[in-house]
Design a protein around this ligand. Structure first.
Ligand SMILES: *[C@@H]1O[C@H](CO)[C@@H](O)[C@H](O)[C@H]1NC(C)=O
Ligand SMILES: *[C@@H]1O[C@H](CO)[C@@H](O)[C@H](O)[C@H]1NC(C)=O
Ligand SMILES: [Mn+2]
Length: 621
């Protein structure tokens, strides 16, 4: 439907442009003429008004006339030039207009939102195909120089830093699965060009069983070509079955021989001076695991977007995110100083032997997601530390979509439970609750954790409680939750309590689904959290509230609501009423004029509620 509608639109745009241009041309000619007249006036030895008087000065007449003739000649030439320029402009404009008239074949594709105006239909088809397959603009990548210059995003104080002349050697591991060849080559080129050759010992490519043809013989040929120029620098290891990101990283680590390993994605470009801070810091302290600062390579234009310095954190689903800089670091007033970080994003650099000693990556983590948190907890709890180095910047392509994982959520959940089981002790229930999974008989197979637990024993690692208190106090465990999950009224079990539209603070009843907007958490204290579990210091969960007037409940930030004296405490037992004993008002549902159930606060009838999961036998009596 869209392409057909779009064609007349483009035509109309073209005609409008041409018309507008003609009008401009007329105006422009007018302007040119008045400019020339202006010049004539200026070049005349007297103002026009005195012209008559001038003519009388016969001795000067001939000279003046010659002067005037020259000026007119000049003006004529200029006008001709201008006309030619205009003609050229018009021609190129017609050209552009014609190009714009290429039918947009994929008007809804994110790829063409800011890019690809001039592509023919065939080119559009090719670019869109590649985009769908890879999640970024391979068509463009194939045209960009492999050694392109990117913006140096470091703080200027990084440029004044000096590093020891003797640094440990560096091995770079690039892992990939069906990455575009030109993207991998650009990563390799950036590493070779931006790492001091005396420290760069090896680049190890790990192919996690790609199926793309161009990663077979063509990649072998490219590697042979690099190794001709830099003998022995590149190694390629190929998995013969898909093993996932964590195992690929381990494969690279096993093949490495350098003092320090940097384990990177293959869709990156390292920036100037990236390696020296890593090597110097790990030389100082071999227990530091380094996280670089990422910048973003846009998936469509491949432009670089600078990211602000931040630390790497995660939420109770163990999904990564950025947190603000710690006050202790800000107080140092040194933009180049390492920043203590609770976690890594994925990409890391480490002392090769230290990384091995603490167990590399957990190879049982599937596909991707959560493996970074697993390593982070292990590093901190088992005697290491994680730091973000502000002067180490790596540009990273953020895919528009991840072609290799249609249902990433299932894997993320499974990996998160695995991390919780191994590392999070009595706090593991927070992860279960955030994912809305029952504590017992979850039905989720998180694999065998015995060897990882044995490793934890062997390394005499600290508790998660220690980690929360000393490394990541932002996460706030909530021991008072006794019931969680979907909240249903016995009148109609196909609808669930739901946080309602965002923005907004009006809870609703809505057809039950599996998204976190229908998560409900009931506390022994009587609060109901509604929506995705946050449980953090700086961001508040929202509480079901009796606003005191009217019949509709609201959602209010819990702590603020409590401070304001709003009514957020409810009596509830499994399969009983949700009731305020003092006011005798109950949370109930009733059909509105359209026949749809809505939430109301009213004098209790006999309605009862059921919450999906209960904890510690709560509500059983
Ligand atoms: C990239 O390589 C080409 C060919 O070797 C060279 O001419 C060009 O200057 C290089 N560009 C940069 C930014 O290094
Ligand atoms: C129940 O009513 C009492 C008395 O008005 C009030 O203090 C309390 O906050 C109310 N609770 C809720 C959940 O409305
Ligand atoms: Mn990546």
């Amino acid at each position: 439907m869209m392409p057909r509608r779009n064609f007349p639109k483009a035509l109309f745009l073209g005609i409008t442009l041409i018309t507008a241009f003609n009008i401009l041309l007329i105006l422009y000619r007018g302007t040119v003429q008045s400019l020339i007249l202006g010049k004539l006036h200026k070049d005349l030895p007297f103002p026009l008004a005195e012209w008559k008087g001038v003519i009388k000065k016969l001795s000067h007449l001939e000279m003046d006339f010659q002067d005037l003739k020259d000026t007119v000649e000049l003006a004529k030439n200029q006008l001709e030039n201008t006309n030619n320029t205009l003609k050229q402009m018009l021609k190129s404009m017609e050209c552009k207009t014609k190009q714009k008239l290429h039918r947009k074949l994929f008007p809804n594709s994110e790829l063409f939102r800011k890019w690809g105006e001039d592509l023919s239909e065939d080119q559009q088809r090719m670019a869109q195909d590649l985009f769908e397959k890879f999640g970024y603009n391979v068509y463009l990548s194939n045209q960009l120089p492999l050694n392109r210059t990117i913006l140096d995003t470091r703080n200027s104080r990084c440029l004044q830093k000096t590093y020891p002349s003797q640094l440990p050697s560096l091995g770079v591991i690039l892992i990939f699965m069906n990455e575009a060849l030109s993207v991998i080559q650009r990563a390799i080129t950036s590493i070779i060009n931006r790492t001091p050759s005396q420290v760069l010992k090896e680049i190890i490519l790990v192919d996690d069983f790609s199926s793309n043809g161009e990663l077979k013989i063509p990649l072998n040929e490219k590697i042979a070509f690099y190794n001709q120029k830099y003998p022995g620098l590149l190694k390629l290891i190929r998995h013969t079955e898909r093993k996932g990101l964590a195992e690929s990283r381990n494969t690279g680590w096993q093949a490495a021989t350098a003092d320090v390993v940097a384990i990177l994605d293959a869709h990156i470009e390292v920036n100037i001076g990236w390696a020296e801070p890593i090597l110097a810091r790990i030389q100082e302290d071999h227990t530091v695991i380094v996280s670089p600062v990422f910048d973003k390579i846009l998936f469509d234009t491949f432009d670089l977007q600078k990211y602000a310095l931040a630390v790497d954190g995660f939420n109770w689903e163990l999904w990564c995110r950025y947190d603000s800089l710690p006050q202790a670091w800000i107080d140092l007033h040194d933009a180049t100083a390492p920043v203590r970080s609770p976690s890594i994003m994925g990409i890391l650099a480490a002392d090769r032997l230290f990384l091995g000693k603490i167990g590399g990556l957990d190879g049982e983590m599937l596909v991707y997601g959560g493996e970074n948190v697993e390593l982070s907890l292990r590093v901190w709890q088992c005697g290491g530390k994680i730091e973000v180095l502000p002067c180490t910047r790596i540009a990273h392509i953020e895919r528009h979509h991840k072609p290799y994982a249609a249902d990433l959520g299932t894997v993320l959940k499974r990996n998160a439970l695995r991390v919780a089981e191994i590392w999070m002790d009595e706090y593991k229930h927070m992860v279960y609750m955030a994912w809305n999974v029952p504590l017992q008989h979850s039905g989720i197979d998180y694999g065998d954790v015995s060897s990882r637990k044995a490793l934890r024993e062997k390394l005499k690692c600290k508790s998660f409680d220690w980690y929360l208190k000393n490394v990541y106090p932002i996460l706030k465990p909530i021991p008072s939750i006794v019931g969680y999950g979907r909240m249903k009224n016995a009148l109609d079990e196909s609808i669930c309590l739901d946080q309602g539209p965002i923005p907004g603070n009006t809870p609703i009843m809505y057809s039950c689904h599996s998204f976190s907007s229908q998560n409900v958490y009931y506390h022994l204290t009587g609060q109901f959290y509604v929506g995705a579990l946050i449980a953090e210091i700086n961001t508040e969960d929202r509480c079901l509230t009796d606003p005191g007037e009217g019949e509709n409940p609201t959602l209010e930030p819990c702590v603020k609501a409590a401070q304001k004296g709003l009514h957020i405490y409810w009596d509830f037992k499994q399969e009983k009423a949700v009731i305020n004993k003092s006011t005798k008002r109950c949370l109930e549902i009733k059909k509105n004029s359209a026949g749809i159930y809505v939430l109301v606060l009213q004098t209790c009838t006999t309605q009862v509620w059921k919450i999906q999961h209960t904890i510690k036998n709560w509500g059983s009596n």
